[in-house]
Write a protein that binds this ligand. Structure first.
Ligand SMILES: [Fe+2]
Ligand SMILES: [Fe+2]
Length: 420
C-alpha cells in the first residue's frame, strides 16, 4: 500500500478521480482504472468484467509478467462471458455485491460455491495465486461489473498477499470507478447512436465496423508509438481520443444525397466527385478547436482518404468552411496527419476482410497481400509495419467485434471509387 494516512488517502483518491473523469473512451478508462487499482496494491495483473445484457463480459486485462507494463495484447480482445451466478468468482462477487479475497486460486476451500477457471493460465503459462475481487457498484447501487486484482508483489518483486487495508481502499476506489465507467458507457452509447443514424442511410458504415476501426487504429498507434519514443502517458492520452475519433471517420456521409449514397452500382465521375465531399462535411461537424477530441476527429474525417503517394482526396484546402470548397492537390507523406494515415489502413483492411451482402470477403492472405503491396503507395510504410507487427491483435479485434447481422439495405457497392 503506497498511500499514507486518512487525509492523504482522500486527497490522493480525489486527484485520481479527477483524472479518471477526464478520460472519454471506455476502453481507455478501464485501462486507467486497472492501472490505478494495481498501483494501490502493487499487483502484477488484473481484469475487469462489465455487465452487458445480463451477463459478465470480459472487458479489459493487464498482466505485467506476460504483456509488459506498456504492452498491448490479443488477450485484451478475448471474447468471454460469464453468467452472474455462484459458479465463477466474478459471478459470485457480482451476485453478492461483496468483495472477496482468495489466497490461492488453486486451493479454494471446497465449501465455497465457486471455482477458479484455469483456462487462461493453461494457455498462457501464467500462475494466478492471490485474487482480490471487488464489485463495481455506483452510489446508486447499480452494479456495472467486477474488478479482479491478481498477485500482489512485495518490494523485492516476490509474490505476497493482499492486506485488509487493500480490500478497504480497493472497495472504496471501485465505487468511484464504477461511476466513471457508467458515464463512459453512456458517452460510447451516444457516439454509437450517431453512427447508427449514419448507418440508416449508408449500410457500409455499421456500428461494428466503426468499433473495429476504432480498436484497430488505437492498437496500430500504440505499436507505432512504441517504436517512435513516445512516453506512456502520451500513448494513453492519444489512444483515449483516437479510438473515438476513428470511429467517427465517415460521419460526413450523413450530408451525401441518397441518390449517390445508395446507388447500387459504381459511381460515375460526377457522383464520385460529390462523394469525396463526405470528408469535408465530416470535418465541419467537429469545429470546437478547444476540444482535443474535436480536433482529432476533424483531422481524421478530413484526411482518411488521402494517400501517402499524393493521389488521394480531398487534398489541400485553405478553408473548409468557405462556400463552394474546391478540392485541392492531394496531400502526400507526412503532410497527412498521423491519425488519418493510421485510420486509412484500419478502414481499408476492415472493408476488405468483411463480408457484405453484395460482396464476398477477401481472405486474410489476399488482404494482407494488398496492404503490403500498397505500402508506400496508398499507405504510410511505417504504419503498415506497425499493423503487420500486431497482426495477432488485429485478428483478435475482428473476432471480438463481429457483424451482428447483415445490413438491411445493402444497396451501396464496394467499388474502386469507394473502397471503405
Ligand atoms: Fe470515408
Ligand atoms: Fe469506413
Amino acid at each position: 500500500m503506497s498511500i499514507g494516512n486518512g487525509s492523504d488517502i482522500c486527497s490522493t483518491l480525489l486527484a485520481i478521480m479527477e483524472k479518471l473523469y477526464s478520460i472519454k473512451d471506455l476502453h481507455a478508462l478501464l485501462d486507467a482504472v486497472l492501472l490505478q487499482a494495481r498501483q494501490f496494491t502493487h499487483a502484477d495483473a488484473g481484469s475487469i468484467y462489465l455487465i452487458e445484457n445480463g451477463v459478465l463480459n470480459f472487458s479489459y486485462t493487464h498482466n505485467d509478467t506476460l504483456f509488459g507494463a506498456l504492452g498491448s495484447s490479443k488477450y485484451l480482445y478475448t471474447s468471454r462471458t460469464l453468467p452472474i451466478d455462484h459458479h465463477s468468482l466474478a459471478g459470485y462477487v457480482a451476485l453478492t455485491g461483496k468483495p472477496l479475497v482468495i489466497d490461492d486460486a488453486y486451493r479454494i476451500p471446497p465449501e465455497m460455491p465457486f471455482s477458479f477457471n484455469r483456462s487462461f493460465d493453461q494457455v498462457s503459462g501464467y500462475r494466478t495465486k492471490s485474487i482480490l475481487a471487488v464489485p463495481l457498484i455506483t452510489s446508486t447501487t447499480n452494479t456495472v461489473g467486477v474488478m479482479q486484482i491478481i498477485n500482489p508483489l512485495d518490494r523485492a518483486g516476490e509474490l505476497s498477499s493482499f492486506t485488509p487495508e487493500d480490500q478497504v481502499i480497493l472497495s472504496y476506489f471501485a465505487q468511484n470507478a464504477a461511476a466513471a465507467i457508467d458515464r463512459a458507457k453512456l458517452t460510447r452509447e451516444i457516439f454509437l447512436r450517431m453512427i447508427k443514424m449514419c448507418e440508416l442511410r449508408d449500410p457500409l458504415e455499421t456500428g461494428v465496423h466503426a468499433t473495429r476501426v476504432g480498436a484497430y487504429a488505437a492498437e496500430i498507434y500504440h505499436r507505432w508509438s512504441l517504436t517512435h519514443g513516445i512516453d506512456g502517458e502520451e500513448i494513453r492520452r492519444t489512444k483515449d481520443l483516437l479510438r473515438i475519433a476513428a470511429m467517427l471517420h465517415d460521419l460526413g456521409k450523413i450530408a451525401i444525397p441518397d441518390l449517390i449514397l445508395k446507388k447500387p452500382s459504381g459511381l460515375d465521375n460526377d457522383e464520385f466527385h460529390l462523394m469525396k465531399y463526405h470528408t469535408i462535411h465530416g470535418a465541419r461537424l467537429f469545429k470546437n478547436t478547444a476540444s482535443d477530441l474535436d480536433v482529432l476527429s476533424a483531422e481524421i474525417a478530413l484526411n482518411h482518404h488521402e494517400r501517402w503517394d499524393g493521389q488521394g482526396y480531398p487534398g489541400k484546402i485553405d478553408n473548409i468552411f468557405q462556400d463552394q470548397v474546391q478540392l485541392g492537390e492531394g496531400k502526400r507523406g507526412e503532410e497527412i496527419p498521423l491519425a488519418a494515415r493510421i485510420v486509412a489502413v484500419a478502414d481499408v483492411y476492415d472493408a476488405l476482410v468483411s463480408k457484405r451482402v453484395y460482396k464476398a470477403a477477401l481472405s486474410e492472405d489476399q488482404t494482407l497481400g494488398y496492404i503490403k503491396d500498397q505500402s508506400g503507395k496508398h499507405f504510410d510504410p511505417q504504419v503498415v509495419d506497425a499493423f503487420l507487427a500486431i497482426y495477432d491483435v488485429i485478428v483478435a479485434i475482428g473476432k471480438k467485434y463481429r457483424e451482428e447481422a447483415a445490413p438491411l439495405n445493402p444497396v451501396t457497392a464496394l467499388s474502386p471509387h469507394n473502397p471503405a
